[in-house]
Design a protein. Structure first.
Ligand code: ATP
Length: 265
């Protein structure tokens, strides 16, 4: 396997049964090859099948037709090599920040000694700058902090692929910017493949190596794949006047609001 074909989606179709013998054909003919360590965004209007695709890669739902191959193995269900972060963090409220991460590490790496376990949990607590809050409970921290715990927990199990379904969608714009910075910094040190669903054009360009743009459903598919040729680390302020940044933004705007405009949003 070359690193370029680390994750392959081949002829993916997904339909949902609607009762009465009818079905809703959500996505068709999705073909894409994703390289190791790439950051990919999926963008498209509401209902175009973004979460459906992500859930199939996560192994939480099965495609109707086609294959999803990760590192030469077909995906047939969930596995620890893929971690998911959802919009609404799914932390256990009765466990502290530290314990939420510890539980995930214990489950996936039962062979660790207690000192190795502690070192690993502390490393990921620090990675998202939450040392000061490690003994707090989810009810005692802000939404942005909860989402940072969710990211730390996902990364602590050393997934090959981090799947994020609108991870910053519920946050205010300053907190969102702060988390985007965290994600970019962490990804440079952790080096895994990241697939992130977003509705935010600036977020897609800032974070991604490639942006997958979906056509509208039913029978949605990949319309275009945009390559973002911006060096890293990226600085959001400097990017505003960068011709490549402006080109990418315009390409996505034109795709979403001219080629595949949708009036019911
Ligand atoms: N279990 C289901 N049964 C029937 N239809 C479904 C089911 N799950 C999803 N769909 C339909 O499939 C389409 C794609 O849904 P999906 O949630 O993947 O879209 P999305 O692009 O993630 O949307 P949004 O941006 O609003 O979150 C939608 O029309 C949705 O109604």
């Amino acid at each position: 396997m070359s690193n370029k074909n680390f994750l392959e989606l081949e002829n993916i179709h997904k339909s949902f049964p609607l009762g009465g013998g009818k079905e809703y054909v959500a996505v068709v003919d999705v073909n894409v090859k994703i390289a190791k360590n790439e950051i990919i965004s999926i963008i498209g209007h509401s209902g175009c099948g973004k979460s459906t695709l992500l859930n199939m890669i996560a192994g939480l739902d099965a495609q109707t037709k086609g294959n999803i191959i990760l590192n030469n193995k077909e995906i047939k269900g969930p596995g620890p090599e893929r971690a998911v972060v959802f919009q609404n963090h799914s932390l256990l409220p009765w466990l502290s920040v530290y314990e939420n991460i510890e539980m995930a590490v214990k489950k996936v790496m039962p062979e660790l000694s207690s000192s190795e376990l502690r070192a690993r949990v502390e490393k990921f607590v620090s990675m998202v700058n939450l040392d000061h809050a490690k003994d707090k409970y989810p009810g005692e921290i802000s939404g942005g902090m909860k989402q940072r715990v969710g990211i730390a927990r996902a990364l602590s199990i050393k997934p090959d692929v981090l799947l994020m379904d609108e991870p910053f969608g519920a946050l205010d714009s300053l907190t969102r910017a702060n988390l985007q910075e965290h994600l970019m910094r962490i990804q440079q040190s952790v080096e895994n493949t990241v697939i992130i669903i977003t509705h935010d054009i600036d977020e897609a360009v800032l974070l991604s190596d490639k942006v997958i743009m979906m056509t509208n459903g039913p029978e949605a598919t990949i319309g275009e794949i945009l390559e973002v040729k911006l060096d890293r680390p990226r600085n959001r302020v400097e990017l505003q006047s960068d011709p490549e940044y402006i080109r990418c933004r315009e390409a996505i705007l034109s795709f979403l609001y001219e080629k595949f405009a949708k009036d019911d949003e």
